[in-house]
Design a protein around this ligand. Structure first.
Ligand code: BG6
Length: 503
C-alpha cells in the first residue's frame, strides 16, 4: 500500500530536518565502500531532500586523479551501484565533489586538506580505509588542527572492524580519546542502519501489546540468524585473519541481541539508548573457558552447491591459507543474566555459503498448557513464534494455532504476515543513508560508544582464546547447507530446533 493510502496510515512525527551545511571528507574515496555504499547513499539522501545546498564531498585517495576524473568515476559508479539513478540527477552531487591525492602518513596531504577546508565550518571525516590506518589518520588530523571545533563541528566516522580483540580495541579507543571527544566519534555498525533493525524498538515500544509478554515468563527462547549465501569473495586476506565470530557475532549479532533484549530507555536520546544497549551486553553471562565447546560451534564451508552452481571450499578461495582453520560459521548460546531474561537462552548463528540469505530474529514463546488438547501430541502443537525478518523480504510474521474448519477439533499452524514492501513501498536504500544523515545531524544513537565495543569484545574473548588454543575444532559443512550438524545438536540438546528461515 503506497501513495495516498500510505499517507493515511502514517502516525505524524516530526518531519526530518535538512542536515547541517557540511563537508564530508572520505578517506579511501576510490575504494569499494565509497563506490558501493557511501556515494549512492548521498545520492539517495539528496533525493529525499535531506542534504543542504552547502554540502560538499572531498575524496581522498592515493591514486593520482584530477577532480574531473574523480567526478567521472563517481558518476560511472553511481550508474552501476546507485539505486534508481535518474540520468542527469547525479549532477547535483558531482558539482559538489573534489579530490585530494596524497599518502596517509605524509603531512603534505593534511596541509592540502587544511587549505581545502579553510572556509568550511562543519566537517565529517569518514575513514573508509583498512583498519591499520584509522589511528595514523586521526593522529595526523589532530596534529594539523583539523579536529578543532572552534569554527564548527568536526566528526570522525570509524568503520569496522574496530580492533581485532579487546586489547586492540582498547588501544584504538585510547588513541581516539587523545585526539577527540567521545561525542565526535561515530563508530559505525551498518546493521544498525537497517530499517528493520531500527524497527525492533519501534515495534516493542510503539505498541502496547508486546512488552507485557516480552520476558522470561512468556518467552521460551530467542534465535538470531544472519545467514549469507556469499562466500568470502575477494576479502580472503582480511577474512582469514578474522573469522565469523569477530566479523559478525561480536558486532552485528550482538547489536541485534541488544535491541531485542534491552529495557525501555528513558528516552530516544543517544545516551539513553546506548546505556540500555550496553547494559544488555554487560548482562551476558561470562563464558567460562571450560564451557566454550558446549555453547559454541564453529564451522568452515567445504565445496558444495548453491542452486545449480558448484562453489569451491573456503580453503580454495583466493588469499586464504592452505589448511586454514578460520571459521566461516558460528552457532552460539548466550544467556542475558537479568531479571527479565533469566533462564531464557539466546541462540545466535551466522555463516557464509549457507542455503539462503536470511537475517531474522525469532522470539519463540512458551507453549500453551495442553489441558484442552490432551489428545494432541505435545510436539505437534507448535509454539507461538514471532519472526522479525531483517532481510530480505523485510517484515514481521506471527505464527499461531487456529482451528482447521470441520466437525472435529483439529489445530493447524497459521501466520499473520506484515511486509514492508506491501505497506510502505520500497525506497532506494543502501543502509548508509540514515547513518550518514545521523552523523550530519549529530545523532549518535545508532553508533557504538567506546564501552559498547569493548564489552562486545570482552564477551567473546574466552571463545577466541579457547579456539586459538584448539584450532582443530572446526567442523566442515557443505556450501549450500545450513551449517555443521554440531550446530543442530547444540540447540537440539535443549529440546529445541532452529527456525527454518522463510517458513
Ligand atoms: C560485514 C561483514 O560487516 O557485513 C561481511 O564484514 C558481511 O563479511 C556483511 O558479508 C554482511 O552485511 P549485509 O548488510 O550484506 O548483511
Amino acid at each position: 500500500m503506497t501513495g495516498p493510502d500510505l499517507a493515511s496510515r502514517l502516525t505524524p512525527v516530526q518531519p526530518p530536518q535538512v542536515a547541517d551545511p557540511s563537508t564530508m571528507v572520505i578517506f579511501g574515496a576510490t575504494g569499494d565502500l565509497a563506490k558501493r555504499k557511501l556515494l549512492p547513499a548521498l545520492y539517495n539522501l539528496n533525493g529525499e531532500k535531506l542534504l543542504p545546498d552547502q554540502f560538499a564531498v572531498v575524496g581522498v585517495g592515493r591514486q593520482a586523479m584530477s577532480a574531473d576524473e574523480y567526478r567521472d568515476k563517481v558518476s560511472g559508479d553511481l550508474g552501476e551501484f546507485g539505486t534508481q539513478v535518474v540520468p542527469g540527477a547525479c549532477e547535483w552531487l558531482e558539482r559538489r565533489l573534489s579530490y585530494v591525492q596524497g599518502q596517509i602518513d605524509e603531512d603534505a596531504l593534511y596541509e592540502q586538506l587544511a587549505t581545502t577546508l579553510a572556509a568550511t565550518a562543519n566537517v565529517m571525516f569518514y575513514l573508509a580505509t583498512p583498519p591499520s590506518l584509522f589511528g595514523p589518520i586521526v593522529r595526523k588530523l589532530g596534529a594539523h588542527g583539523l579536529l578543532d571545533e572552534s569554527r564548527g563541528w568536526r566528526r570522525v566516522v570509524v568503520e569496522k572492524p574496530f580492533g581485532h580483540d579487546l586489547a586492540s580495541a582498547r588501544a584504538l579507543n585510547r588513541l581516539l580519546a587523545e585526539e577527540l571527544d567521545e561525542r565526535q566519534i561515530f563508530r559505525i555498525d551498518h546493521y544498525l542502519g537497517k530499517e528493520t533493525v531500527q524497527n525492533v524498538m519501534a515495534f516493542r515500544f510503539g505498541n502496547g501489546i508486546f512488552e507485557p509478554i516480552w520476558n522470561r515468563r512468556y518467552v521460551d527462547h530467542v534465535q538470531i540468524t544472519v545467514a549469507e549465501t556469499v562466500g568470502v569473495e575477494l576479502r580472503g586476506s582480511y577474512y582469514d585473519k578474522t573469522g565469523a565470530l569477530r566479523d559478525m557475532i561480536q558486532n552485528h549479532l550482538f547489536q541485534l541481541l541488544a535491541l531485542t533484549a534491552l529495557e525501555p530507555p528513558i528516552s530516544f536520546e543517544a545516551e539513553a539508548v546506548r546505556d540500555e544497549r550496553l547494559k544488555v551486553l554487560n548482562a551476558i553471562q561470562a563464558i567460562q573457558p571450560g564451557d566454550v565447546d558446549r555453547i559454541a560451534v564453529r564451522g568452515q564451508y567445504a565445496a558444495g552447491r548453491l542452486g545449480d552452481r558448484p562453489v569451491p571450499a573456503y580453503r580454495d578461495e583466493p588469499e586464504v591459507a592452505t589448511g586454514s582453520e578460520t571459521e566461516t560459521f558460528v552457532a552460539l548460546e548466550v544467556h542475558v543474566d537479568n531479571w527479565r531474561w533469566a533462564g531464557v537462552p539466546f541462540y545466535l548463528r551466522t555463516g557464509k555459503r549457507l542455503a539462503s540469505r536470511a537475517s531474522e530474529i525469532v522470539v519463540r514463546f512458551k507453549s500453551a498448557p495442553f489441558s484442552l488438547f490432551r489428545e494432541t501430541p505435545v510436539e505437534v502443537l507448535d509454539p507461538n513464534e514471532l519472526v522479525i525478518r531483517v532481510q530480505p523480504n523485510e517484515g514481521i510474521a506471527m505464527r499461531f494455532q487456529a482451528k482447521v474448519p470441520g466437525p472435529d477439533v483439529q489445530l493447524g499452524t497459521v501466520r499473520m504476515d506484515f511486509s514492508y514492501a506491501d505497506y510502505f513501498g520500497l525506497k532506494p536504500n543502501t543502509g548508509y543513508e540514515t547513518l550518514l544523515y545521523d552523523v550530519m545531524t549529530g545523532d549518535a544513537t545508532l553508533f557504538h560508544r567506546a564501552d559498547i565495543v569493548e564489552t562486545g569484545w570482552r564477551v567473546v574473548m574466552p571463545i577466541l582464546e579457547h579456539w586459538a588454543a584448539t584450532p582443530d575444532g572446526v567442523h566442515d559443512y557443505p556450501a549450500g547447507s545450513w551449517g555443521p550438524a554440531a550446530a543442530d545438536a547444540l540447540i537440539r540438546r535443549d529440546g529445541r530446533r532452529w527456525h527454518a528461515p522463510g517458513s
